[in-house]
Structure formats: structure tokens, C-alpha cells
Design a protein around this ligand. Sequence first.
Ligand SMILES: *C1O[C@H](CO)[C@@H](O)[C@H](O)[C@H]1NC(C)=O
Ligand SMILES: *[C@@H]1O[C@H](CO)[C@@H](O)[C@H](O)[C@H]1NC(C)=O
Ligand SMILES: *[C@@H]1O[C@H](CO)[C@@H](O)[C@H](O)[C@H]1NC(C)=O
Ligand SMILES: *[C@@H]1O[C@H](CO)[C@@H](O)[C@H](O)[C@H]1NC(C)=O
Ligand SMILES: *[C@@H]1O[C@H](CO)[C@@H](O)[C@H](O)[C@H]1NC(C)=O
Ligand SMILES: *[C@@H]1O[C@H](CO)[C@@H](O)[C@H](O)[C@H]1NC(C)=O
Ligand SMILES: *[C@@H]1O[C@H](CO)[C@@H](O)[C@H](O)[C@H]1NC(C)=O
Ligand SMILES: *[C@@H]1O[C@H](CO)[C@@H](O)[C@H](O)[C@H]1NC(C)=O
Ligand SMILES: CC(=O)N[C@H]1CO[C@H](CO)[C@@H](O)[C@@H]1O
Length: 480
Amino acid sequence: MTTITFTVSVLCLLPQSALARWACVRACPAACTCTQEKSCSVLCDRSGLAELPKEFPCEASAISLEKNRLKFLSERAFGTLPSLKSLSLDHNNISFITPGAFKGLSNLLELKMAHNDYISYLHTRAFTGLKKLLRLDLSDCNLFSIPDRIFIEQTALKELLCFQNNFRRIPGAIRGMENLTHIYLERNKIEAVAYNSLLGLGSLRYLNLQENRINVIHDNAFQDLLRLENFYLNDNLLSDLPRLAFRGLARLKMLNLGGNQLTNVSKTWFGDLVELEVLYLDRNQLLNIEEGAFENLTSLITLHLNSNNLSTLPFSVFQPIYFLGHLYLFRNPWECDCSLDWLKQWMESYKLVRDIPCAAPPSLAGLDLSQVVFPAVNGTCVEPAELNLTTASSETTATTENRFNSLISKLLQQELREEMGNGTESLRNDTLLDSEEAQLAAGVGGRWTQSVQSLLCFTLTWLLFGPLHLSDAGFWLYCT
Ligand SMILES: *C1O[C@H](CO)[C@@H](O)[C@H](O)[C@H]1NC(C)=O
Ligand SMILES: *[C@@H]1O[C@H](CO)[C@@H](O)[C@H](O)[C@H]1NC(C)=O
Ligand SMILES: *[C@@H]1O[C@H](CO)[C@@H](O)[C@H](O)[C@H]1NC(C)=O
Ligand SMILES: *[C@@H]1O[C@H](CO)[C@@H](O)[C@H](O)[C@H]1NC(C)=O
Ligand SMILES: *[C@@H]1O[C@H](CO)[C@@H](O)[C@H](O)[C@H]1NC(C)=O
Ligand SMILES: *[C@@H]1O[C@H](CO)[C@@H](O)[C@H](O)[C@H]1NC(C)=O
Ligand SMILES: *[C@@H]1O[C@H](CO)[C@@H](O)[C@H](O)[C@H]1NC(C)=O
Ligand SMILES: *[C@@H]1O[C@H](CO)[C@@H](O)[C@H](O)[C@H]1NC(C)=O
Ligand SMILES: CC(=O)N[C@H]1CO[C@H](CO)[C@@H](O)[C@@H]1O
């Protein structure tokens, strides 16, 4: 019984698939290879074709004509191919598309025409008949603009690739295309994003505008992009953004503003970006980040602030603290004073931050923040300029630990003062670069030898805390 069923099913399928294979191959153009697997695909890449073949198999589901020398597409250039889903004309030399060239391809889903250096113009009816198109690739052509009504029939379009052309503005043709999910417009010459450039793009998840010349973004320009997840605005000429530029973009996961000319980060920009995971603000000229700027970024994992003009970073910028992940701060002129003490502690505690070279004070230039030891009096960081013996001796109510800390500080400080005079210069001597530096910090060459000082230090430690605390790194710094 099973044998019979098996035989029958083979008999039923065999003629059909054989017929299809025969039909696909029968009409195969001379320059092409045709194969019938699940569907009929016609491969004519690199065949030196200067003109389209006269006929394609009418079952054709995919046709590839990449890397030929095609110059011109006439009306109904491909005839009627109701099964055609995918057509690639990448890397040809097409300069003109006759209106109606694709008529007859009513089920085409994907059209690739990238890397045709001479397409500088498209007629309003260039894509007539392509009512089901989902993906259109016009990248690396030579387009300066496209007609506003060119996509009037392509209402289903999801992905539009137009990177590396000569657009000076965002094509008006995309306005209101509510099914678009991906727009690639990087490497054009776009100068502004107008309030209406991106209206009605409610499905958009990916927008790439990087490497343009955008210097102005109008108020509310992104207001309809409520589903946007990945947004590239990097490497443009932005020196400022509208107050509420990203209002409502609650699904945004990645925002790249790197490589612009921003000087301030406003606290109003990112208030709605509760899902943002990665924020790039690198390679700007940031001098200032407003308190609360990152306040609502409760999903943030990575923040790039490297290569800016930041000299300080108030702790309050990161409050409340939920920030977890990576913080990039290198290539900034950091002023390593007490206001960065919190950052140093972060570096040590969380290992999220690395590489914070100090540019100031001059005595610390070139050192990494992680190597700077801030003098502590009464348990809190004190600028060396403020440190003086009067202050230190007035702390009668200090706890034992504080007293110990400040006692050691005082001793060191007194010696340093005696040795180098006063002023911030002495901070240099509180810096531990390596063991040599540590010895300097302890005042080698001073009134005391290092060993006498160490002995005093250990003795004090022992007296006050017992041997346990000798393992404490903080005390080691003082004692070695
Ligand atoms: C200490 O500071 C005072 C006032 O700023 C200055 O006059 C003096 O020369 C300084 N001493 C040393 C040794 O640098
Ligand atoms: C491509 O087309 C342009 C203009 O139609 C022509 O100047 C150029 O020579 C062509 N290049 C090739 C390789 O055929
Ligand atoms: C979006 O696509 C769906 C089908 O995928 C279609 O019904 C709808 O009309 C399209 N939207 C627009 C604005 O054409
Ligand atoms: C940047 O912030 C500083 C200080 O808050 C302010 O003086 C300056 O005007 C701001 N600059 C811009 C371009 O917003
Ligand atoms: C953070 O979100 C709250 C609640 O949505 C809002 O009231 C506040 O203004 C936001 N903060 C900023 C800096 O936008
Ligand atoms: C940032 O620093 C660079 C080089 O250090 C300098 O040329 C530029 O003018 C600075 N920008 C601002 C806004 O201070
Ligand atoms: C030393 O400390 C006292 C008391 O806090 C303060 O009034 C004085 O200005 C300090 N001196 C220096 C040079 O900072
Ligand atoms: C040291 O700390 C104690 C208690 O925390 C405080 O009362 C005192 O004012 C502090 N002294 C100085 C000089 O800051
Ligand atoms: C002992 C020692 O190295 N002192 C140095 C402290 O810092 C000043 C300024 O950098 C130097 O001039 C001293 O030689």
C-alpha cells in the first residue's frame, strides 16, 4: 500500500517539475544560464551585454544582469514576466530609463539598479507598473533629485536605498510613504532636514543620513518617526539641534550624532529616549553637557563622548545613576582636579571607563586620571591649593579613620610644602605613576628618609587599626 502511494506521488510531480525545468531552460537567453530549483532563475552576470536579451523565460522568478554594459531601457524592456520577483541591473552603464520600462513586471518585489554612474535623471513614470515593489536600490548612481511623484504606485515600498548620490535635499517623493521601514541616504549632499521632509513615515525603523552636509534641522522634523530604532546623523555639519529634536522617539535604540560641530548637549534633547541603548556624541566640540541631559536614558548601555573639548564632567550629569556599560572619554582636554574625583572612583569601581588622559593642570598633563591620587583631608578630596595646615589642625571631631587619613595627608603635605613651596604644583607630587613616582610622592630627599616615614606610617596604622588594614590599598598608597 505504501509502495503504491509513493509511486503515485512521484508520477504526479515528475511531469510538472520536468515541464517547468524545460520551460525555464527552453527560453533561456544565449548569454545566460537558467536554473530551475524552487523557481526559475536567470543569471546573465558579466556577459558583456550591451543590450537586453530579446526574450526571457516567462516563468522567470529572478533575473540578474549585473556587471554588463547596458545603457538604455526601452518601454516594456523585459516584456511581460508575471512571475518575476527580483531583478538586478547593478553595475551597468544605464543612463536612461524610458517611462514604462518596467511595465509587465507587476509582481516584482525587488529592483536593484545600484552603481550605474550615469543615471542622473529619472522620469516620473520610470517605475510605472511596479505596484508590489518592496525594495528599490538606486545607490551609487548620479542622481541629483527625483520627481516628487515618482513613487506614486510604489505604496508598498519598504526599503529605499539611495546612498552615494548627489541629493541636496531629502527627496520629497518619500513623504507619506507609510510602509517604508528603511531609508539609506548616506553620502549625499543634503544640507537641511525641513520640518516636512520626513512627514508620514510612521513605519520607519532605520534612517541613515550620515556623511551629508546637514547644518540645519528644523523644529519637529522627526516628529512622525515614532517607530525609529536606528538613526545615523553622524558626520554632518550640525552645530546645534532644535530644543525638542527627538521628542517622542521612544523606540530609538541607537542615535549617532558623532562627527558634527556640537558644543553643548542640551538637557531637552534626549528626554524621551527611554529605550536608547547606544548614543554617539564623539568627534564634536563639546564643551558643556547640561545637567540632566542623560536623565531619562534608562536603557543606555554605551555612551561615546570621546574626541571632544570636555575638560570636566560633573557627576550630576549622570544622575540618577542607572548607567551601565561603556563610557568613552578619551581625547578630551580633561582637567584632573577634585571635580573628577568621582570619575576616578567610577573607573576603579566599575571598570566601565578607561583612558582619561589629563590635559591640566600642567603638572598632570599626559597622565591618566587613573594614575592621579587626589589628596584627601577629613575624608574628602581637597584641592591642593586649599590644603593648608590651619585647615588640617582644626578637625577635632574627625572619626578615627578620618583622623588617620588626614594625619598622614598632613604629614605628607607639610613636607611637600616645605620642599616645593606652595600652589597647585605640589599636585604633581601626589601623583602615582609608578613606584618611582610613589617615592616622590612620599617625599624622598626631604627631611625624612622614606623608610622613616614608612615606619611611622605603619606604626600609626597598627596603633589605630591593627594589622588588618595594612592590606587596604588606600593605606598602602600612603605607606609605600
Ligand atoms: C607661595 O605662594 C606665595 C603667594 O602665592 C608666593 O609669594 C611664594 O613665592 C610661594 N612660595 C614658593 C616657594 O613658591
Ligand atoms: C557609459 O555611458 C557614458 C554615457 O552614456 C559614456 O560616456 C561612457 O563611455 C560609457 N562607459 C562605458 C564603459 O561604456
Ligand atoms: C502599505 O502596504 C499595505 C500592504 O502591504 C497596503 O495595504 C497599504 O495600502 C500600504 N500603505 C500605503 C500608504 O499605500
Ligand atoms: C553652551 O553653553 C554655555 C554655557 O552653558 C552657554 O554660555 C553657551 O551660550 C552655549 N552655547 C550654545 C551654542 O548653545
Ligand atoms: C524625563 O521624563 C520625565 C517623565 O516623562 C519628564 O517629566 C522629564 O521632563 C524628562 N526629563 C528631561 C530632562 O527631559
Ligand atoms: C576644540 O578643540 C579644538 C582643538 O583643540 C579647537 O580647534 C576648537 O576650536 C575647540 N572648539 C571649541 C568650541 O572650543
Ligand atoms: C588655610 O585655611 C584657612 C582656614 O580654612 C583659610 O582661611 C585660608 O585661606 C587657607 N589658606 C590658604 C593659603 O589656602
Ligand atoms: C571633618 O569632619 C567632621 C565630621 O564629619 C566635620 O564636623 C568637620 O567640620 C570636618 N572638618 C573639616 C576641616 O572639614
Ligand atoms: C620631589 C619632587 O619630585 N618634587 C617635584 C614636585 O613637583 C614639582 C612641580 O612639578 C617639581 O618641580 C618637583 O621637583
